[in-house]
Design a protein around this ligand. Structure first.
Ligand SMILES: *Cc1c(COP(=O)(O)O)cnc(C)c1O
Length: 394
């Protein structure tokens, strides 16, 4: 990061669940595909196209390996939003003969919730299963929601705000017992914790490069090809790329970056996860010492190693984030989706009332963070919270 005159240091970045910086190794892998290797991966008859096609094949292999899939089960997309749309809309359209019911969860990302609401307007029935105080979904509640008309269950692997990890393998198993397709938005999980489409009976899985130190604007959808073979109605027409499920010239540099990012994550995930968990726990303990009435949002143990989400009673989180913005970059929940300020639907769904959502801040750690960052944030957050409480009371 540029350190202008040594005077203005940039704030410590602790918002890695909104996006991650591009790993320099990923950038290096991508660069040739912007310049010399500019071919169209579909132009298979000459060297330029073949070169691009080969790079895409390597990336397909890298992406498939980290989730235990086969390369021909990977559909490249513009990100996880598109992957979620393609999974849900594509399955709904393809399998409409089987029924018109979908099961999802109240804490899903808007890319899933908005897509389900769109389908409701088109006559589909959607069950939004609730979560407990920790943001955990109960597989039994999912099972009870299944009807003969259920086509798809979509439950995220790990939550982007509170880091709670769902019992995905159990949900996958019961989906398959009932011949229902299982989609999971694994954008926050892949490259951070182990995910395996076989062990977890996953039929469709969304992921995104920019949450794992890859570039923005590229992601993938895993579409199961065997036991059962899943087909999706294409949601974008023109050319029949990606096995006819997602037309459009492939973003070769982006795809190369996604592959490289996941290769690196696969190699480093275990050690880095442990390192971040130690830092995260140090931060949580430090904040508890600073602010005695601070509360944890999300599950105490079944959570992503790099996520911390806390409620500081009496401290309005937006004011806190703004107060701290020269020192640290943190957020009130998910990255702003619109200009309007709304309390987080995830925190609201935990059943603690609306106040709690106004007091929630998310701290998400990543590769660039050190013990010094954690200690700095602990101190600054303590001071700023006490200050904001004082001026609110005054
Ligand atoms: C970031 C995120 C998305 C959206 O991914 P994009 O690639 O930015 O479209 C979807 N779901 C979850 C859980 C996310 O964290």
């Amino acid at each position: 990061m540029p350190d202008v005159n040594g005077l203005s240091r940039r704030p410590v970045y602790m918002d890695h669940q909104a996006t991650t910086p591009l790993d320099p190794r990923v950038l290096e892998a991508m660069l040739p595909y912007f310049t010399e290797c500019f071919g169209n991966a579909a132009s298979i008859d000459h060297e330029y196209g073949a070169e691009a096609g080969h790079a895409v094949a390597v990336a397909r292999e890298q992406v498939s390996r980290i989730i235990g899939a086969a390369p021909d089960e990977i559909i490249f997309t513009s990100g996880a939003t598109e992957a979620n749309n393609l999974a849900i809309l594509g399955a709904a359209e393809q399998y409409v003969d089987r029924g018109n019911h979908i099961i999802t969860c109240v804490t899903e990302h808007k890319a899933v919730l908005d897509t389900c609401q769109y389908l409701e307007r088109k006559g589909w029935q959607v069950t939004y299963v609730p979560v407990d105080h920790f943001g955990m979904v109960d597989p039994d509640v999912v099972r009870q929601a299944i009807t003969p008309k259920t086509v798809l269950i979509s439950i995220m692997t790990a939550n982007n705000e509170i880091g709670t990890i769902a019992p995905v393998a159990e949900i996958g198993r019961l989906a398959h017992e009932h011949d229902v397709l299982f989609h999971t938005d694994a954008t926050q999980a892949v490259g951070h914790i182990p995910v395996d489409v076989e062990d977890m009976s996953i039929d469709l899985l969304s992921l995104s490069a920019h949450k794992v130190y890859g570039p923005k604007g590229v992601g993938a959808l895993y579409v199961r090809k065997r036991r059962p073979r899943v087909r999706l109605a294409e949601q974008q027409h023109g050319g029949g790329h990606e096995r006819g499920m997602r037309s459009g010239t492939l973003n070769v540099p982006g795809i190369v970056g996604l592959g490289k990012a996941l290769e690196i994550a696969g190699n480093e995930m275990e050690g880095e996860g442990q390192r971040l968990q130690v830092l995260r726990d140090r931060l949580w303990q430090g904040l508890q010492a600073e602010l005695h009435d601070i509360e944890l949002n999300g599950h105490p143990t079944q959570r992503l190693p790099h996520n911390l989400n806390v409620a500081i009673p009496g401290v309005e989180s937006r004011a806190l984030v703004v107060q701290l913005k020269h020192d640290v970059a943190i957020s009130t929940g998910s990255a702003c989706t619109t200009a309007k300020v709304e309390p987080s639907h995830v925190i609201l769904s935990l059943g603690y009332g609306e106040e709690r959502a106004h007091y929630a801040v998310r701290l998400s750690l990543g590769r660039g963070n050190s013990k010094d960052d954690v200690d700095l944030i602990r101190a600054r957050l303590g001071v700023a919270s006490r200050y904001l409480r004082r001026i609110t009371l005054a």
